[in-house]
Design a protein around this ligand. Structure first.
Ligand SMILES: CC(C)(COP(=O)(O)OP(=O)(O)OC[C@H]1O[C@@H](n2cnc3c(N)ncnc32)[C@H](O)[C@@H]1OP(=O)(O)O)[C@@H](O)C(=O)NCCC(=O)NCCS
Length: 166
């Protein structure tokens, strides 16, 4: 069974644990680097600030009682929102956890009045691209942040959201 927990700022130690695991396990997937969040970059204040991005939502997925993944939604202005920090732990992959996290961020985006949900996927990250394509996202042709190699850039994908009540 997959459950999603919406985090509050007091959950920063859990977020920290999962985010460091994500950056260590899948450095190919993120423009942030593990080293940026270690050492001097690894402070309670910084993790709290990450969870307190104004208007944002942060989810942790629990599969059969074990922490299994994470994802966030952040407002991006002009009735758009962004899906970031998506990660499913290797042991939980291929079980629909990614779909549930995408669905939860999408639902949040509709609720806050966003008409488009955007995200950025690293070049060559086929598992993530397949997940997003299956969930209705399409490539926009725009490039996102540079990857840590300073050469390749993320590919931007977007999904139009129909307005819903509530
Ligand atoms: C991309 C990711 C979030 C997908 O999560 P997920 O919950 O496994 O998503 P899905 O269940 O939809 O599986 C996606 C695809 O992964 C592949 N997959 C299935 N089981 C897998 C496993 N045990 N291990 C690795 N990949 C697997 C399959 O191609 C699957 O597609 P399918 O359902 O059509 O077979 C996850 O692989 C991940 O965290 N990857 C590393 C971080 C990352 O890429 N984040 C996205 C940043 S944009």
């Amino acid at each position: 069974m997959i459950e999603l927990r919406r985090l509050t700022v007091g959950d920063w130690p859990l977020w920290r644990e999962l985010r460091l695991a994500a950056l260590a396990e899948a450095p190919y997937a993120f423009s942030s680097r593990l080293a940026d969040w270690q050492g001097e970059g690894d402070t309670e204040q910084r993790w709290r600030a990450r969870l307190e991005i104004p208007g944002a939502v942060n989810f942790v997925a629990v599969l059969d009682g074990r922490q299994a993944g994470m994802a966030s939604g952040v407002p991006a202005g002009d009735r758009s929102a962004e899906l970031i920090s998506m990660w499913v732990s290797p042991a939980a992959r291929g079980r629909g956890v990614g779909d549930q996290l995408v669905a939860a961020v999408e639902q949040w985006a509709r609720q806050v009045g966003a008409s488009v949900l955007r995200l950025a996927v690293a070049p060559g990250n086929q598992n993530a691209a397949a997940l997003y394509l299956r969930n209705g996202f399409r490539y926009t042709g725009e490039r996102g942040d540079l990857m840590p190699d300073g050469v390749r850039a993320e590919h931007v994908m977007a999904k139009r959201l129909a307005a819903t009540a509530g």
